[in-house]
Design a protein around this ligand. Structure first.
Ligand code: PYC
Length: 323
């Protein structure tokens, strides 16, 4: 059980908020503890193990919210990288985050730290490269994506048999057809309910990603006016307002495995709110290397303040019951 703040002076953390295709990102510039570790994977483990209260402070209410994805801007551990980043949301760390990387690059440009061109970014799952275009769009060359399991069936209480693929796009996804469900913003409650049931059924059935990794993103897919549209439920039960960069990567890996998308062929992925990412992939060393292009916009900059004695110093957490 973590301790509430005993600090005698206000804690201050500077941040910049943006949204990418509607999905918010908070980049925290300073004010958090130095994380031990010589790689970002080690530092992310340290964040989860010893500093999870800081994640909650930044991302959870009353300073954040369940939809927000935040990231610590940290010194890169790999030479030649412009920055290091550790993403997290309302329930824990994320491996990679496509919309968040677009938000990060836009934030670094806003701060005057980078110019248009290609930039390497160190993440806990490897180095990704991102290109800032002259018009403000950002292309993220994501980590390699692949389909792990095809045509998995699972019995979902209240729904019945659901069939889908398990794929890695920087996070673990279960991708399945939305069937007759409307993929639009008016239907997000019902979509959330379906996706959550599917996620729980996968856990109950022992369906995982590689090495037993939990599948913590559920992607329901369909078409609207001939364009692929998705609904992605994130680990903390919020849905992605953007088309989800890692989810689009996972989708392209499945299409590539089915021979339905050739290297270099453009893929447009819409979100449930109708925003778009453009994608394509390159085939290298037997793997799909996805690129996702989108645009972020700065929405706020400021300082998170934690006053001494604030009972919600560390955010509102469902797992803290002794307040
Ligand atoms: O864009 O990869 C993404 C993402 C993951 C979770 C929310 N957005």
């Amino acid at each position: 059980m973590f301790q509430l703040s005993q600090a005698r002076v206000p804690r201050r953390l500077r941040f910049i908020d943006s949204h990418t295709a509607g999905e918010p990102t908070r980049i925290v510039l300073d004010g958090f503890p130095l994380l031990p570790g010589t790689t970002l994977a080690e530092q992310r483990r340290a964040l989860t193990r010893d500093f999870d209260a800081w994640r909650s402070l930044i991302n959870n209410e009353p300073r954040g919210n369940n939809v927000l994805v935040s990231a610590l801007l940290v010194p890169p551990c790999v030479p030649d990288c412009a920055a290091g980043v550790i993403f997290f949301n309302n329930v824990g760390p994320l491996n990679m985050c496509g919309h968040g990387t677009i938000g990060l690059i836009t934030t670094l440009a806003y701060l005057g730290q980078i110019e248009p061109g290609e930039h390497l970014i160190d993440t806990p799952v490897g180095v990704v490269s991102a290109t800032l275009h002259g018009d403000g769009r950002v292309s993220v060359q994501n980590v390699p994506a692949y389909r792990h399991r095809q045509d998995v069936t699972v019995q979902v209480p209240g729904i019945g048999e659901v069939r889908g693929d398990v794929a890695w796009g920087g996070n673990w996804f279960f991708l399945t057809d939305a069937g007759t469900q409307d993929l639009n913003i008016a239907n997000v409650e019902a979509l959330t309910d379906s996706a959550w049931r599917i996620r729980q059924a996968l856990v109950a059935a022992g369906v995982t990603g590689a090495d037993g990794a939990e599948i913590d993103h559920i992607e329901l897919l369909g078409q609207v006016d001939g364009v692929s549209r998705n609904f992605v439920l994130c680990p903390g039960k919020a849905y992605d307002r953007s088309p989800c960069g890692t989810g689009t990567s996972a989708k392209m890996a499945c299409l590539a495995a089915d021979g339905q998308l050739a290297p270099g062929q453009p893929w447009v992925q819409q979100s449930v709110i109708g925003t778009e990412f453009e994608g394509h992939y390159r085939w290298q060393d037997g793997a799909v290397h996805p690129t996702i292009t989108g645009q972020a916009f700065i929405t706020a900059e400021g300082t998170l303040i934690v006053q001494p004695g604030d009972p919600f110093a560390w955010g509102i957490r469902a797992d803290v019951v002794d307040r």
